[in-house]
Design a protein around this ligand. Structure first.
Ligand SMILES: *[C@@H]1O[C@H](CO)[C@@H](O)[C@H](O)[C@H]1NC(C)=O
Length: 195
């Protein structure tokens, strides 16, 4: 059952991401990343500057569990300084099946999804075979995220809208290769959960 559920969640995520054609890549966290409670952890991404995505919202979800954790609303994609964000974690349940979602929550369009990554307890010893954890990005704003998913919580942070924000004109375009890759990545993730 958990396997089936994970697969369905994966499929849903893949389909959402497949609809995004613009260049938008989450460079950290990766599958090797271990975030830790009680520390500042960096999110970094790259996107096309002419892609009409002027801002987006950031959320966190898990493969094995329902629920979204709102991290930040209206992050501007234009300003270079904001191609990274620091996240201070406190009392976030530990798990190895976290994903970050880059989307517009008003109309639900997903722009990018991070690789699956791990969140450790504050007192846990990071797995030394994986990339070191908790590397804050200099100059990036820091958002505090505490506790598990809670739909009644609002976004931890809302960034001010871009002064010259142009109208978001998003075109739907299915990229089947991207979708297949995302799907395979998801399925292998789901299998790892099972075994
Ligand atoms: C989401 O899209 C709407 C409509 O296109 C836009 O007005 C809003 O600013 C967008 N939200 C973010 C966070 O970019």
């Amino acid at each position: 059952m958990p396997f089936l559920w994970s697969t369905i969640r994966c499929l849903a995520l893949s389909l959402l991401v497949a609809s995004a054609s613009a260049y938008f890549v989450v460079t950290s966290p990766t599958t090797q990343t271990q975030w830790q409670n009680g520390k500042v952890n960096a999110v970094t991404w790259e996107k096309g500057v002419l892609d009409d995505i002027n801002s987006f919202d950031l959320e966190m979800t898990r493969l094995s569990e329902d629920g979204l954790t709102y991290i930040a609303s209206t992050i501007s994609g234009y300003k270079k300084a904001k191609t990274s964000l620091n996240i201070y974690l406190e009392d976030v349940p530990a798990g190895d099946d976290y994903y970050l979602l880059f989307l517009n929550t008003s109309h639900g369009v997903m722009y990018a999804v991070s690789s699956r990554f791990t969140i450790l307890e504050a007192d846990a010893t990071p797995d030394s075979s994986k990339t070191a954890t908790a590397t804050a990005e200099a100059g990036a704003p820091t958002v505090t995220v505490s506790g598990g998913p809670n739909p009644t919580k609002m976004f931890a942070t809302t960034f001010p809208a871009e002064a010259n924000g142009s109208v978001l004109a998003y075109t739907w375009n299915s990229a089947s290769v991207g979708m297949l890759c995302a799907l395979l990545a998801c399925l292998s993730g789901a299998l790892l959960t099972l075994w």
